[in-house]
Design a protein around this ligand. Structure first.
Ligand code: ADE
Ligand code: ZN
Length: 338
C-alpha cells in the first residue's frame, strides 16, 4: 500500500479545529459577495496568497482569521459552514471530530448566540447523519475579552448546555493569561463542561500559562502545549495526570516543511498523549487531515506507526463514551494490522 493510500484510509479523530478556520476560499468569497463584506480579496488565488503572510506570529494569523470571519452573517452561513466541514471530515476518513467555535467575535457583530448556534447544531445533526461523522462542540472564550463577557457567554450557552461538550480558551494570548478566566472555568466545571485551553507556541510566559491551566483552571487537555517540553516539572505533571496535548503541524505556503515535528515525536517517545490536528485547515497550507498527515510522513522522520499512535491518542483523549471509543480503537487497530 502506498503512503498516500495508507493515510487516506486511516481512521482519524480530530480534537483541535476551529469552525471559523474551515471557511474554504470559495465559500469565503461567496459569503463576502452575498453579505456585502469587504475582505480585500476577490479571487481564490488572492485568498491563498493572503495566507502567505511573512511573519508567522500568532497575532498575524489571528488578524487574517478575524478579517475573514466577518463574512459570516446569516444563520444559513453558520449552517453551510458546519455542513460543508463535516462533509470534508467524511472525505478525510475522520470518524470523530470535536469542533471549536468562537461565538464572541460574532456576538460583537450583532449576531445572537441562538442565531449562530441553532444553525450550527442543525447542521451538525444533518451532516453527522448524512456523512456518518461523530461531531461534538467545544465553545471557546476569545481571551482578549473580559471575564465578565466570558461569564455572560456561559449564560448565553446555558439553554444549549447539553449540546456543548467542552469549554476552551483561544485567540490573542499575549497579556491574556489563563487565570484571567478562572471564575469562568470554575463555573463551567460546576456545569459539567469538559475543560481545555490554548497555550499557543512561542508565546510570552508560556510555561507559566501552562502551569495556570493545569493547577488553577484544572484542564484535561491543552491545545498546542508545545512548551510543556521546556520544563521537566510540567512534562512530569502532564505524564502523571494524563493531560492530552492537541498539537498542530500547521504551515504557511512559504514554510519549507511541517512545523513542530521534532517536539511531537519527542512527546510521543515520552509517552505523552499528543495528537496531530489541523487547527484552521482552510487558512494554512497544511490543509485538512489527509493532506497534512501525508505531508508530515513525506517530509519528516515520522513513520506510519507514529501516525497510528497519534490517532490512537486522539481517540483516547476524545470526549466520547467508552463504547464509542472502543469501536473506533478496534477499527484503528484492525487498520494498523493490514
Ligand atoms: N483561533 C482560531 N485559531 C486559533 C489558533 N490557532 N490559536 C488561537 N486561537 C485561535
Ligand atoms: Zn487552535
Amino acid at each position: 500500500m502506498s503512503l498516500d493510500s495508507f493515510v487516506a484510509g486511516l481512521p482519524k479523530a480530530e480534537l483541535h479545529v476551529h469552525l471559523e478556520g474551515c471557511l474554504e476560499p470559495a465559500m469565503l468569497l461567496r459569503l463576502a459577495t452575498e453579505n456585502d463584506v469587504d475582505i480585500g480579496m476577490s479571487t481564490e488565488a488572492e485568498v491563498w496568497a493572503a495566507q502567505d503572510y511573512p511573519d508567522p506570529a500568532l497575532s498575524h494569523f489571528l488578524d487574517y482569521h478575524y478579517k475573514c470571519l466577518r463574512v459570516m452573517q446569516k444563520p444559513q452561513d453558520f449552517y453551510d459552514l458546519t455542513y460543508a466541514f463535516i462533509e470534508i471530515c467524511r472525505d478525510n476518513n475522520v470518524r470523530h471530530v470535536e469542533i471549536m467555535f468562537g461565538p464572541m467575535a460574532h456576538l460583537e457583530r450583532g449576531i445572537s448566540f441562538a442565531g449562530q448556534f441553532e444553525a450550527m447544531e442543525r447542521a451538525r445533526v444533518d451532516a453527522g447523519r448524512d456523512f456518518g461523522v461523530s461531531v461534538l462542540w467545544i465553545m471557546c472564550i476569545d481571551r482578549e475579552h473580559t471575564i465578565e463577557e466570558a461569564l455572560e457567554l456561559l449564560e448565553l450557552a446555558e439553554p444549549y448546555r447539553d449540546a456543548i461538550v467542552g469549554l476552551g480558551l483561544a485567540s490573542y494570548e499575549k497579556d491574556n493569561p489563563p487565570n484571567k478566566f478562572l471564575a469562568a472555568y470554575q463555573l463551567a466545571k460546576e456545569r459539567g463542561y469538559r475543560l481545555t485551553a490554548h497555550c499557543d507556541c512561542d508565546q510570552e510566559n508560556s510555561t507559566e500559562h501552562i502551569r495556570q491551566c493545569l493547577d488553577e483552571l484544572g484542564v484535561e487537555r491543552i491545545d498546542h502545549g508545545l512548551h510543556v517540553l521546556d520544563d521537566p516539572t510540567l512534562t512530569e505533571q502532564v505524564l502523571a495526570d494524563g493531560i492530552a496535548l492537541t498539537m498542530c503541524a500547521t504551515w504557511r505556503p512559504r514554510d519549507p516543511e511541517p512545523r513542530r515535528m521534532r517536539p511531537i515525536k519527542q512527546m510521543l517517545d515520552l509517552g505523552i498523549n499528543v495528537s496531530l490536528n489541523t487547527d484552521d485547515p482552510s487558512e494554512f497550507a497544511s490543509r485538512h487531515m489527509t493532506h497534512m498527515m501525508t505531508e508530515v510522513l513525506d517530509r519528516s522522520t515520522m513513520t506510519t506507526d507514529d501516525m497510528v499512535a497519534l490517532m490512537r491518542n486522539a481517540f483516547d483523549a476524545a470526549w466520547i463514551s467508552e463504547e464509542q471509543r472502543s469501536v473506533y480503537l478496534s477499527e484503528l487497530a484492525a487498520y494498523a494490522r493490514t
